[in-house]
Design a protein around this ligand. Structure first.
Ligand SMILES: [Zn+2]
Length: 287
């Protein structure tokens, strides 16, 4: 981990940490943990960082801490939602901007002539998540797979420094774009979500219903939030996944959020155009 909590409640980044200035009392930033940490200066292979000594019961991360073990994507999303506000508010911690460009998922997307060269370049040089050294972020993301990789390869304090550049000069914290169903539902029904912005939401598929004009893929309810993936008839031809392939699976979905107040059920819908808007996930736990 590269961020630690000081006794005065401020956060310090390992690259800025100076014991004569900040003191030796440093703690894990996770509210459920607060284990005492030590500082490890930059070495030949690793950046400066903080760690627990593990030598006493005291200096170990608690089992619920975001640094206890590598996180799967769902736990990672939850921890980033928990840490991000504090980390973004800490002026001394450097922020990271990653361009988010998901337009190539769109089966109707036709690159403009001026974009074509850029696109060819992007295709020759796909997301750089894999090739980059550890602790270094990708510059841009253009697939669901890359979002999953990002969320599971990097520690939650680093993820919490990320803003996504969604185009048009707009930059949003990662935790405002990659969401739990509950959070997406809350943003939508409190009119705080944006209509023209795609969101990433995870869930487990409960039921697939094909109607003549529309297909509904219901997610298992989390805290009683009704959540459904919607595909309109026009896009059926781009959706090849069968019910057997979908049912019971954990997925990350990318799409635009939409209210459905039919029979006052307040269902949150996420509208997609092809099966490329769904990425299957491997979860560590089954709950
Ligand atoms: Zn901890």
């Amino acid at each position: 981990m590269r961020t630690a909590l000081l006794p005065n409640g401020a956060l310090v980044h390992a690259s800025e940490y100076d014991p004569t200035l900040h003191g030796y009392e440093i703690y894990c930033l996770d509210k459920s943990c607060r284990a005492p940490l030590i500082f490890v200066p930059k070495g030949d292979t690793a950046s400066s960082h903080f760690k627990t000594t593990g030598k006493s019961e005291d200096s170990k991360h608690s089992a619920t801490c975001g640094f206890y073990q590598p996180l799967d994507i769902v736990d990672s999303i939850e921890k980033v939602a928990e840490y991000q506000k504090d980390i973004l508010q800490a002026h001394s911690i450097k922020k990271t901007v990653i361009s988010l460009n998901m337009r190539r998922l769109d089966p109707e997307y036709e690159p403009k002539k001026t974009d074509r060269e850029q696109q060819q370049q992007e295709e020759a040089d796909p997301d750089k998540v894999k090739t980059k050294e550890k602790n270094e972020n990708p510059n841009s993301i253009s697939s669901l797979k890359s979002v999953v990789q990002l969320m599971v390869q990097y520690e939650p304090d680093l993820l919490s420094t990320i803003y996504f550049n969604i185009g048009g000069g707009r930059k949003l914290p990662l935790s405002n774009i990659v969401l739990s169903q509950e959070r997406a539902h809350q943003l939508l029904w409190e009119d705080q979500s944006m209509r023209d912005v795609g969101y990433f939401v995870y869930g487990r598929i409960a039921e697939v219903m094909r109607r003549e004009k529309v297909m509904y893929i219901k997610l298992e309810r989390v805290n009683d939030v009704p959540f459904t993936i919607v595909i309109f008839e026009k896009y059926f031809k781009y959706f090849k996944l069968s019910e057997a392939e979908l049912k019971g699976k954990d997925v990350l979905i990318y799409g635009v959020l939409r209210k459905n107040d039919y029979q006052d059920r307040k269902t949150t819908e996420i509208v997609i155009k092809s099966d490329k808007y769904i990425e299957f996930l491997k979860r560590k736990r089954s709950n």
